[in-house]
Design a protein around this ligand. Sequence first.
Ligand SMILES: [Mg+2]
Length: 229
Amino acid sequence: MVSNRLTTLAFDADDTLWHNEVYFLLTQKRVEALLAPYCDKTSFNKRLLETERRNIGIYGYGVKGFTLSVIEVAIELSEGKVPATAISEIISGGRDLLAHPLELLPGVEAVLRGLKGYRFVLITKGDLLHQEEKLAASGLGELFDSVHVVSEKNEGTYRRILRDAEHTMMIGNSMRSDIVPALAAGAYATHIPFEIEWELERADDPKGEPRFARIENMAALPQLLAQFS
Ligand SMILES: [Mg+2]
């Protein structure tokens, strides 16, 4: 990494600060079982991914769009035969997803509270209300100087939000949303992979990019930042 002074740390939220994808997967499994009379799980999961990809531009990211996509797939794959009781269960699964207890990832709270002298920014996608509620439930809200719930995380998003990109490090679990576009906007970007990755968040590692780093977990962040002081 190039040695340079950092003023701002920008964090992704879902699966960087707290658990998220694991709840989606549990709900997906419930729906797989519910739709077993109409389709096998492989075709369900394949069709769901295609439908979510197509619908993101309409619904945006988050639980509500996911729930609508699941309903769409259930109707299509059952050729209209899925009963209202099953649709009702899907809706209730979506509601559970919006209400699950917030669970911070290991080390997050101690590391964030221990880092002094930086401006903290939160940049996350998803349903606005849900993301606001999760931040409130996390107890970390007061640490952030600014919070941005955005519809997409691309280079333009980072250029708009990051006032001082060359002295900012973006930290997140998604190569596609947190790392690649933040680097393109001129920031440093540190990848903390999460064990489960949503197919739509995948991207290749940047090549020959001195501003890119990867650490195993949040606990390794202070040591990485020490190289910049
Ligand atoms: Mg994330």
